[in-house]
Design a binder for this molecule. Structure first.
Ligand code: SF4
Ligand code: SF4
Length: 68
């Protein structure tokens, strides 16, 4: 199974990764903010992840790492 890891403190809440994900499994983490005051993103249904890394490619701040 693929695994996606977010460096939450670097996230600026642009949500480009959400639009890039073909499975639409990246969601806004509504329960927390990072030190910059942005709501980061998370994947709740990791079993649906394709490991395609479209999210990591799209992220302008290199927040996302994808492991297969
Ligand atoms: S694209 Fe990167 S900076 Fe933008 S919301 Fe996603 S993880 Fe955060
Ligand atoms: S690796 Fe692909 S399927 Fe998995 S969260 Fe990123 S864009 Fe979505």
């Amino acid at each position: 199974m693929a695994k996606v890891v977010f460096n939450e403190e670097k996230c600026k809440g642009c949500y480009l990764c959400m639009t890039a994900c073909p499975k639409k499994i990246i969601v806004i983490a509504e329960d927390r903010m990072n030190a910059k005051g942005f709501r980061p993103v998370e994947v709740l249904e990791m079993d649906k992840c394709l490991g395609c890394a479209m999210c990591a490619t799209m992220c302008p701040d290199c927040v996302i790492e994808v492991f297969k």
